[in-house]
Design a binder for this molecule. Sequence first.
Ligand code: GLY
Length: 420
Amino acid sequence: MNILVLGGGGREHALAWAIAQNPKCDRLIVAPGNAGIAGVAECAALDILDGAAVVAFCETHAIDFVVIGPEAPLAAGVADALAAAGILAFGPSAAAARLEASKAFTKDICDACGAPTAAWARFTEAAPALAYLRAKGAPIVVKADGLAAGKGVVVAMTLAEAEAAVTDMFAGSLGAAGAEVVIEAFMPGEEASFFILCDGTDVLPVGTAQDHKRVGDGDTGPNTGGMGAYSPAPVLTPAIQAQVLDEIVKPTVAEMARRGMPYKGVLYAGLMIHQGRARLVEYNVRFGDPEAQVLMMRLGAQALDLLLACAEGRLAEARVNWAEDHALTVVMAARGYPGDYDRGTPIRGLDALPEDSRHMVFHAGTARKDGALVATGGRVLNVTARAETLRAAHDAAYAMVAGIDWPDGFCRSDIGWRAL
Ligand code: GLY
């Protein structure tokens, strides 16, 4: 079959790498792709937020199946446009993608189906939001309702921080995303992520992971999109996974179906684990980045069968073939990230690294310039390894990092520290 993957980051490189290994895949195109993706698929220029353009591309290239990587095309209705054109796609409708695109929508769903989450309130004006903050005190969490490229959540440890976040959001710092603000009780505990395929009715877990959001070792410094991840996440024990499925995921899927917006795609449940129980922090409607890199490395070629079963509504009969393995990825970022950073700096040494089912460097922000590999983004490489133990995966990934010659890049040296 001919397959199109939408996106051009490390997540899409990992998806393409796994899909390309499956014999069902005859032709694989990634739009827009990147320099690393070009090693496993054809890359094509395409406006992936334009549903009509994506449909036209699929018709021209006889595409049988589309995998939508990031949240923006989902929120823009690309899955709806493909469904209307009769093209099979992996990813939820725009209505169902509100589980990520609107924090208040998700909280409403949780209230309606009884899913455990933090107490909350929503505001469209600063004055009542500030009064609520003062009544509740810190620590407290302030969230822009809409999509804000990872900048919309402030975990405020002081009242002053929380007030500043509310004031900035209502002053327009995040544009339309901050026109409505959700304020939530602070939840103590350890965060972890659980990835569950949903076909509107049935659900199938495809892995757990933990990422490292802060830029610096020891979880210090500003938040990022994620500086590394590992899978599985031991904090999500089988008992807690069962609790999450029974109390959070299945009720959510049932409530979405009841509202006439069945959820089809991967549900990425961000969870807070405290005293042996999980509560929902947030949903995302796509695989995490860099979590997909470790999930895809563990799933390998079967990932395509699972994504197809999900899109075709066959999850009741689908199974994951698990190995007793662990995967870990180290993100290499451009110096200065998540602030300003240089673009176009050269990266050398990748050709000498192993590339097999246990070792991959997934590219995020890279391009070829005059034949040489250069960095084009903040997060640039995902150096990923799989092994029988997390320690062995960690050591293998950092051995690869040591072979990469990129003076303008950096990484954290402690990925996996909680589980190790
Ligand atoms: N790594 C966090 C995310 O993908 O949202």
